[in-house]
Design a binder for this molecule. Structure first.
Ligand SMILES: [Mn+2]
Length: 371
């Protein structure tokens, strides 16, 4: 049997809304032609309460699936237990099967697929929640078993804390583990663990330059192909300057944008500017040209050179100031002479303590000034 796996279509994603619809539809239509079953690993919608126009488009898109679809909800759709999430509404109106801490069996030509899904839960509880819900899972001996999740993964993100680990997932009795949430195509554990990535560009990062698509897994041959869908191209470029000047920077940006767009009309372009500026010029002085809504210029240019920045940090360290002290010092400087009713640093400290403490502080200040 062939299973198409896609994730994170983020329908209604404001920045590239039309792309979110078109590319999800491209994935579903293409998967319907090539596979027997479609899995969608969450974040079908970009927000918990989408507008009606988005819900309508979503119903139209998922109705184009000519084969069964099994899905889970993602963190973008997660609402509390008593409330309806938009994935549930989509399931009720299109017949896609939504699972959460339970399984669904799909059978075709005598072959059985058992999919156990757990929709997104807060990361700190994820591994325990999975452990508990799997205690109620009874594996269908003859079926090809798939686990579908929408979580962060300890080994795949920096500064990980309580996330589910690949090490744990590897011990579970599944033939294939499918994950959403991470918007990049990833394959681990010798192909047993896969993330198809999002069908729409949501982050303007270099890693997002890969073509969008879905995995097509063949249970017989165990072959797993990534099928590209028709999607808007994305380019990320960095431009570095040394003692750059406004005119030169503007020209370089323009040249870069035009060169990319000439080869790839309509593409999304993100350009990040780095380096130093000519002394006397500040990053904010660089007035960059406005192109169109798919061109993003991120200006990180700074006239302050690295040595000066390091010196500043070293001085602060020598003064042994905490972030809080620094904030208080800055607050005092900014408000001095402007606020006379109370002391800005004292109100800050009482706010840190709590609302009651702040009210008491203000009452006391008021009493004092009335005397
Ligand atoms: Mn997502």
């Amino acid at each position: 049997m062939k299973i198409a796996i896609f994730s994170d279509p983020h329908l209604g994603y404001a920045r590239f809304e039309e792309d979110s619809y078109v590319q999800a539809e491209n994935a579903i239509v293409s998967a319907s032609e090539k596979a027997d079953l479609i899995l969608c690993a969450g974040d079908i919608f970009d927000i918990k309460i989408p507008k009606l126009e988005t819900l309508k488009r979503a119903v139209e898109i998922f109705k184009k699936a000519s084969i069964p679809v099994i899905a889970i909800h993602g963190n973008h759709e997660r609402r509390s237990k008593e409330m309806t999430n938009p994935a549930q509404l989509l399931s009720a109106s299109t017949g896609i099967v939504l699972i959460h801490a339970n399984d669904e069996i799909f059978e075709k030509n005598g072959e059985r697929i058992q999919v156990f899904g757990m929709g997104s839960v807060p990361e700190e509880y994820a591994q325990e929640a999975l452990r508990q819900s799997l205690s109620r899972f009874s594996a269908d001996g003859s079926a090809f078993k798939i686990l579908m999740l929408h979580q962060s993964i300890k080994e795949l993100i920096p500064n990980a804390k309580e996330e589910i680990s690949l090490e744990y997932l590897e011990t579970l009795p599944f033939d294939l583990i499918v994950n959403g949430h991470i918007h990049e195509k990833i394959s681990k554990l010798g192909g047993k663990f896969i993330i198809p990535g999002s069908t729409v560009i949501t982050q303007l990062k270099k890693e997002q330059m890969e073509k969008r698509g879905y995995y097509l897994f063949d249970t017989k041959t165990k072959q797993n192909d990534f099928i590209e869908i028709k999607s808007r191209e994305f380019f990320y470029e960095e431009l570095h300057f040394k003692e750059g000047e406004p005119g030169q920077i503007r020209d370089s940006v323009r040249e870069k944008v035009l060169a990319i767009r000439k080869e790839h009309p309509g593409s999304i372009v993100a350009i990040k500017l780095f380096g130093s500026l000519k002394p006397g010029i500040a990053g904010a002085d660089i007035k960059l040209e406005k192109f169109d809504e798919r061109i993003f210029i991120d200006n990180n240019l700074d006239s302050e050179n690295l040595a000066a920045k390091l010196e500043k940090i070293r001085n602060l360290r020598a003064e042994n100031m905490t972030v809080k002290d620094l904030a208080l010092k800055e607050l005092d400087k900014k408000t001095s002479g402007k606020i006379t009713m109370f002391k800005s640093t004292e109100i800050f400290e009482s706010l840190v303590e709590g609302v009651d403490e702040t009210i008491t502080y203000l009452e006391n200040t008021n009493k004092k000034s009335n005397k």
